[in-house]
Design a protein around this ligand. Structure first.
Ligand code: ZN
Length: 881
């Protein structure tokens, strides 16, 4: 966007090397530091500006490398608002190299940012602390004075001074370790490659690890707090396999001698790709492979694949500035799936991608309050607002599209060219397009910029019956989730790859560059036609009724990806008012024999989306008929999977059981046999919460949910809270939070929310109870929103000051259960009156627009076939209206 001026440090002095010494005190929660920065003074100046935040800078000197002796700083001025320090000298510093040395002191904070402390309980029940770092996006400056901008790459030598009973790790292996006269260890780490400040990392504490080596001799280690090393094996296996895969695929071996990964008890994001020392939430790294749920196992693999992709995409080659954040995150989002698919082909994980990541992208990007993938960022602080589904999921979806257009060979060759050309440097989006353009010999930048520089995506409308003409006539228009139309909306056009296919095969990729176009397609002998065949492009599709019904009646001829696409497109187009919502009944009932776990996951999500508006917006009779319809849809799949894991079950079958049982928990919990079985299993769990054999992990969440909604719900509520005290596995805790949030009475809801702030729940996990509650229905949504209003100060203190990303999730949760304009207004007014508003504007605008589009959906439903109980009763009986 024109006129957006970046706020950067002056470029008259540039850093080349940091020699950083730190001495943390993990009991007093402070640290002392000295940094000697080799700088290049490009313009003679009497002051040097660096980033520094929440640090006390006690002294500074500058020593030119040629001639003169050190000058002491005359002044050190902290600029709190801009998180900077200006070091002033009496004389002018000459052009050329020199060393800026600064002594400083800081706090090991409890806010999961900068150099911070994390707490855990050891095997003797004692509270212990460790010190760790989280610098992305702009918190390296909370640890040491530096040029905290991604383009100001430098090399680093880290020296750590710490008590002898502890251990320290950093990006690089140690080069020396000595015990000082005072008994403390002084460990110097090898000099890093040229890199950005946000990727520096170190951890100090009592750790255990296991290790192995890759084919090329890179040492891989998985670290955890004591007592967890048995839960590191799966992560180590994924780490080795993924590193070897990337070495090969990127054509440039991992450049560091080692790769450490560590599980941190308090961690604000899922993981962080620090070069050579990746930090994780415990649940994203640790598990027992034999008993872990299939969902968590796949998450661990994809998160590791994501962070390791960053070692090249992000660390070796880094975006020049935060407005190209998507280059890091979008690419890693795609690559995490590509790599996991190569590691575990039996998972069919691309089906998950289409259902989860691609849908998250389309949901957010269907709003007017969305933003382009390439988004102007003036102040670095603003980047916190774009670590969202657009940068990650739409970015990834656009990579999926270009992969399909280029083909495997050109895609890989272009990437290899990009890495060899830009290694240790910084890039903009155009540099990636240029690399692909060169290997392909065709201009792809025109196509790609229509996806990355403008927000939104098109609805492709099939205008004819292709079965009578062997061609598909298409029209594209900006798809908006609420179906609204404003002047100039029609001006948007995408350069859109179109892939059409049938049950007989797919046509080559065509392109729609204008508003309308005709795509040739041989339909002889075909029963179905699917546009966006394989779901490679982030678009929605609308068919004429005849073409649509052919798909509905022949779902068995349609791939899992395309069944997912059909479900989500139909729901979204009904919601937007371009398709009669009654078609949802026909479509959903077509899935009564569905047994694919990823398709079931999409089915559950669509049923949930409909339930919210039908139950809150329509009469009780229709609502019950809809719920009855859902329960009848779920039961055959439930019969197929049952409660118990079979020895022949693969991960897909385990995930199917997990998803289907969660749907059972939602629609069949009143069934007395189901309730009794869940209570029995929940009781077995609470008798020994740390025995993984007591309750299978795949069905754990569903069992808790049903048990809490049963006649014995109040008792189970108490038992789960008690179990929480002793549970060690974070994944189990998350399932407990989900169940507590779904409690049915107002008394239990209040207790669940009080428990959430009572000190037993880590601030990183504060979102789970309100999220489950807000999504549980109107009463839950009201209770959650009132709680946020009443407890605002406390919530802000616990996570607002810590992580804007966590806080933005709170804003989103405040609106997820509502479906009226009046509520949209209330939510909007509440957050706008808060000081934090300026940091959550995007999240709030998207939340409010989401509520309003549900309100419009309710209005549309009221005049549709879907508002008649008979529609759902007939669909449940298997007859199609
Ligand atoms: Zn990432």
């Amino acid at each position: 966007m024109a006129g957006t001026k970046r706020e950067l440090l002056p470029s008259d002095v540039l850093p080349e090397h940091y020699d950083l010494t730190l001495e943390p005190d993990v009991e007093k929660f402070t640290f002392d530091g000295v940094v000697k920065i080799t700088c290049d003074v490009q313009v003679a100046t009497d002051s040097i500006s660096v980033h520094a935040h929440e640090l006390v800078l006690s002294s500074a000197t500058f020593t030119p490398s040629e001639g003169s002796s050190a000058s002491s700083a005359e002044s050190i001025t902290l600029k709190t608002k801009s998180k900077m320090a200006v070091v002033g000298f009496e004389e002018v510093l000459p052009v050329g190299k020199g060393i800026l040395e600064i002594k400083f002191r800081g706090t090991l904070n409890d806010q999961m940012a900068g150099f911070y402390r994390s707490q855990y309980t050891d095997s003797k029940g004692q509270k212990r602390f460790l010190a760790t770092t989280q610098f992305e996006a702009i918190d390296a400056r909370r640890c040491f004075p530096c040029w905290d901008e991604p383009a100001r790459k430098a090399t680093f030598t880290v020296t750590m001074i710490y008590p002898a009973n502890l251990m320290a790790i950093s990006n690089m292996p140690p080069s020396s370790l000595e015990t000082r006269a005072d008994g403390k260890k002084k460990e110097v780490f090898m000099v890093t490659p040229k890199m950005s400040t946000y990727l520096l990392a170190f951890c100090v504490g009592e750790f255990e690890f296991i290790s192995a080596q890759t084919k090329s001799g890179v040492l891989a280690r998985i670290f955890s707090c004591p007592g967890n090393s048995a839960r590191c094996a799966f992560a180590l296996k994924c780490c080795i396999k993924a590193l070897e895969f990337y070495d090969d695929f990127f054509g440039l071996p991992y450049p560091l001698p080692k790769m450490d990964m560590i599980a941190i008890p308090d961690f604000s994001a899922g993981a962080m790709e620090n070069w050579g020392l990746v930090t994780y939430r415990e649940v994203a790294l640790l598990c027992e492979e034999q008993t872990v749920s299939a969902t968590q196992k796949q998450r661990i693999c994809t998160v590791i694949a994501h962070e390791l992709a960053h070692q090249w995409f992000g660390n070796l080659v880094t975006m020049e500035w935060w407005d190209d954040l998507w280059l890091n995150e979008g690419f890693a989002n795609w690559m995490q799936t590509f790599c996991s698919d190569r590691l575990y082909p039996d998972w069919h994980i691309w089906e998950s991608y289409v259902g989860m990541e691609q849908q998250r992208a389309l949901q957010l990007d269907g709003l007017r309050s969305s933003h382009p993938i390439q988004v102007p960022i003036a102040k670095a602080e603003q980047v916190e607002e774009v670590f969202d589904a657009i940068s990650y999921c739409k970015g990834g979806s656009v990579v999926r599209m270009i992969y399909r257009v280029l083909g495997d060979e050109h895609f890989q060759k272009g990437l290899q060219l990009y890495f060899s050309r830009h290694k240790y440097g910084n890039t903009r989006t155009i540099d990636l397009w240029n690399a692909w353009k060169e290997v392909l010999g065709k201009p792809i930048d025109k196509m790609m910029s229509s996806w990355t520089e403008q927000m939104g995506f098109p609805l492709l409308e099939v205008l004819n019956d292709p079965f009578t003409s062997n061609q598909v006539e298409l029209k594209q228009s900006w798809f908006l989730a609420d179906g609204s139309k404003e002047t100039n909306d029609d001006a948007k056009v995408w350069f859109c790859p179109v892939i059409v296919g049938t049950d007989k095969g797919e046509a080559p990729v065509s392109f729609l560059e204008e508003k309308t176009g005709k795509i040739p397609c041989d339909l002889s002998g075909a029963s179905v036609l699917k546009v966006n065949f394989g779901q490679h492009v982030p678009v929605r599709v609308l068919y004429p009724e005849k073409v649509f019904m052919r798909l509905v009646q022949n779902l068995k001829l349609v791939s899992a990806e395309d069944r997912i696409g059909l479900l989500s497109d139909t729901f979204a187009t009904c919601k937007a008012g371009v398709l009669e919502p009654g078609f949802m009944a026909e479509l959903l009932s077509g899935f009564k024999d569905e047994l694919n776990d990823k398709v079931w996951s999409e089915l559950a999500s669509v049923m949930g989306g409909l339930e919210k508006v039908i139950v809150q917006g329509l009469d009780d009779e229709t609502a019950s008929a809809f719920k009855e319809f859902c329960s009848k849809l779920v039961l055959p799949a439930f019969k197929h999977v049952g409660w118990d894991q079979q020895s022949s079950d693969d991960d897909n079958q385990k995930k199917l059981r997990s998803t289907v049982l969660s749907a059972v928990a939602k629609y069949c919990y009143k069934d007395s046999a189901i309730a009794a079985e869940a209570v029995k299993r929940c009781k077995a769990f609470v008798a020994d919460p740390n025995d993984p054999a007591a309750l299978n992990a795949d069905i754990r969440s569903a069992v808790f949910d049903v048990a809490l909604q049963s006649a014995e719900g109040a008792e189970m509520f108490d038992e789960l809270i008690k179990a929480h005290e002793t549970v060690k596995d974070g994944a189990v805790k998350i399932h407990i939070y989900g169940a507590l949030g779904k409690a049915q009475s107002s008394t239990l809801r209040k207790r669940a929310l009080d428990f959430n702030l009572g000190g037993a729940v880590r601030s990183q996990d504060l979102i789970y109870i309100p999220m489950a509650m807000a999504a549980s229905g109107r009463d839950g949504a009201e209770a959650t929103f009132s709680w946020m209003q009443d407890q605002y100060d406390r919530i802000y203190e616990m996570i607002g000051a810590t992580s804007m990303m966590l806080f933005q999730n709170m804003v989103r949760v405040s609106g997820i259960g509502f479906v009226t304009e009046a509520k949209a207004q209330e939510v909007s007014e509440f957050w706008k009156a808060k000081k934090v508003y300026q940091n959550v504007q995007k999240a709030l605008a998207q939340t409010v627009e989401g509520i309003c589009s549900n309100a419009k959906f309710v209005d549309r439903l009221k005049t549709s076939r879907a508002a008649k109980a008979a529609t759902w009763t007939a669909a449940a009986a298997g007859s199609r209206l």
